[in-house]
Design a protein around this ligand. Sequence first.
Ligand SMILES: [Fe+2]
Length: 236
Amino acid sequence: MDRLISDRTNGVPDFSLTDEVMPPTEWPTAGAGMLELRQILSADQRTFLGVDTMITTLVWLLRGYDEEIYEHSCHVADWAVRIGQAMELKSCQLLTLRHAGLLHDFGKLALPRHFWRKSGAFSPDEVRLARRHPRFGSGMLAAVRGLAAVLPGVRYHHERFDGSGYPYGLSGDRIPLIARILAVADSYSAMTTARSYRRAISNDDACRELVRCAGRQFDPFVVRIFLHLAQPTFVD
Ligand SMILES: [Fe+2]
């Protein structure tokens, strides 16, 4: 695993995130009033608290909109963070990965809930509309102060490594790492979770599918990291 990381990333990879949002290292006492709170917390810590509160609110919105999308988003966030930890990303990057995982499909809220619950196949027009959800999501979240680091994950999580994805057709390392990680976590979660319109497949079968699509749909390096976590016997 160490060799895998150093081969490709030389330490910290091209994670286009800022380091400015860090969790508080000291928490105020329970009795602290708002004035004391402002004095205790640094500007960065206040920013973190504001962002965290905002994301909690957005995730509650997502849950109210559709429980399945919410559960899927939590699943994606958990796996994305595990991949990030295996890649030895910094704590602020892991936090951003978690937030981006939770909000990656937020753009689905731009369309009526019944649109996503359709039982049959989408028409070509519906496919075009569905494929706009990364743009919808990044557009909506761009209006929220403090979420800039999350936007690349939301905007590019359906790009494919070979350039055949959407909405921009980016390829290879032009796709931000945060989005390449989310793509693997997203697909694994989708494949291993049952839906009304399809059955779940096993962990082994999902890993085989990730391997089959490595280099085309997925960053092969991210897939190898994922397999170390989900199915070590697959890794040579
Ligand atoms: Fe999506």
